[in-house]
Design a protein around this ligand. Sequence first.
Ligand SMILES: [Mg+2]
Length: 243
Amino acid sequence: MNKKILYLDMDGVIADFDGRMKELFPELYTLPEFDDYEKRSDKIDEIVSQNPRLFETLTPMDGAIKAVKELFSLYDVYFLSTPMWAVPESFMGKRIWLEKHFGDDAKKRLILTHRKDLAIGNILVDDRLKNGAGEFKGKHIHFGKNEYPTWKETLRELRHVVNPRLRQLKSLINEKGRDDFGASGMTFEVDQLIKDKVYEEADRSKYDAHGRNKKPFFVDDNGCSRDIQFMLDKGYIEEIFED
Ligand SMILES: [Mg+2]
C-alpha cells in the first residue's frame, strides 16, 4: 500500500518556538508595538541571533512526539520547515532536534525551504500560512486554529484520512449500542488496518499462526467488549463515545 505523503511543519506544530521566545523575551507577547508583524519579526531575529543554538533545545509541543511516532506508521512523513536565513545555526538545529526526538525514523526526512507551496504531497500540518503554506496544493491542516487547536484533534483527523471507516464504525456503534455491538456481525466492518494494529499490540497468543483470530474478531473469553475497550484504551477509536 502506498502511503500518503504528510508534511509536518516544525515551529509551532511539533517544537514550541513561542514557548522559548516567551521565556527569553516576554515583552514580545505583552507590548503592543510587537503586534506589528515587521517589528515582531525583527525582534525575533535579534533574539535568535543572540541564542543561535536554541532550535536544538526547543521543548516539544504537547502530544507531538507520541502523535508523530504513530504517524510514521500511517504516512510517508517529512518535516517541512522554514529555517531563519539570518541564522545559519537554525538549519543545523532543526536537523539535530529531529534526531534527538525521533532517531532514525527522521533520517533524511527534513526539507528546509521558504517555498512550501513547491512541495508535492497530500497533507501539510502547519500553524501558519506563510512561506507558501497557504498555497500548498494538497490539504492544509491549520494547526492551532479552529478545528485543530491541539494534537488531539489533529491526530484524530489524520487517522480518519487513512481509516475513513473509523467514522463509519462510530455511527455503527452508536446505532447498535455499545453492549450489542460486539455480538452483531457488524464487528467485521472494522478496517483491516485497525485490525492489524490491534493484532500487533494485543496478546498474540489469542491468534493462530497466521495472525488470524481463532474466534470472531472482537470475541474473546471475556466477551467482545474487551477488545473495544482495548481499542479505546489505545486511542484508535477514542472519539466514538464522546457524543
Ligand atoms: Mg510554524
